[in-house]
Design a protein around this ligand. Sequence first.
Ligand SMILES: O=P(O)(O)OC[C@H]1O[C@H](O[C@H]2O[C@H](CO)[C@@H](O)[C@H](O)[C@H]2O)[C@H](O)[C@@H](O)[C@@H]1O
Length: 356
Amino acid sequence: MDLSNGSPVISDPMSMSQSLMGVLPSNMMPFSVRPGGYSGAGGAGVNVSRRKIEEVLVSGLLDAMKSSSPRKKHNVVFGEENLPEEDPAYSTWMAKCPSALASFKQIVASAQGKKIAVFLDYDGTLSPIVDDPEKAVMSPVMRAAVRNVAKYFPAAIVSGRSRKKVLEFVKLKELCYAGSHGMDIMTSSSAHYERNAEKGKEANLFQPARDFLPMIDEVSKVLLEVTSRIEGASVEDNKFCVSVHYRNVDEKDWELVARLVNEVLEDFPRLKVTNGRMVLEVRPVIDWDKGKAVEFLLQSLGLSDSEKVIPIYIGDDRTDEDAFKCFGRGTADTGYWSRRRPRKPRPSTRSGTRLK
Ligand SMILES: O=P(O)(O)OC[C@H]1O[C@H](O[C@H]2O[C@H](CO)[C@@H](O)[C@H](O)[C@H]2O)[C@H](O)[C@@H](O)[C@@H]1O
């Protein structure tokens, strides 16, 4: 990825938002969209259409919330899956995205003579999904496994959590960490970082949304306040993004959550909302995501030659799909990973796994 042209910050978020309307699925729509301008100015007609737009946005957000954790529980053993009764949409999706575990031998064969780099999501991948985000701890067995991976391969954790928080959970200094959905990247070990930090340096840190920090701080406070009246709702400040959790909210109140988040974002046109597993994630409207973060890490670690390196990304959430895209089969329309060097079609080495 060429970052030499400047930062990934989009200078005109409003026009980008407008151009995205109707293109993105509702769950990825920037809900701060206000076509026609939102300033309170204008006649009754403008207000009517504004109200309609708001209703569309809220109901889109609500739909996304309802479908946010559709994954079915199934048992996966290497090369075999025992699935419960499936719906057709799930089967179609399964056919499009074959299990990496079922293709394990193929992956091993494709990796011969190449260097492997491993990228791991945190919640739902290294830790189980639990009701209280503060209690999503990693088991000692999982920690030992990750430590072992990092011993043999360059490895990084790529999480929606703040980098600090995810490091507290993982507690391994031998990995790289990309927090806040990749907006807070530390490319070397934390031990190294701490040494530099002591010297007042911020070497090895890449924070493309730095300018948004005061705004994120502010929106986090407002969200905390407005959601405090909804039983079960909670707000988690992830430094460059904010999570509004509704896992513990009664479903009848989900619409209220959507409405309040949407209302708050009216005052923050440079922020958008996406949804994860029972969570709304408020973040800057910048051209940056976990996929871009992985590309950046590959480049920073000197692993950008796709002829010599096989990156493996394991994640369970929608936001992880941005990373799958950068080395997925024919889907890398934005990633430099495959754009850099046009390649002959090859057997699938897609490594994003469905573990849930
Ligand atoms: O990219 P990730 O590391 O997967 O982070 C995404 C979000 O994960 C966390 O929320 C999820 O896990 C919680 C604990 O199991 C669960 O209670 C919640 O419903 C899930 O959405 C984290 O708390 C969020 O801030 C992250 O954005």
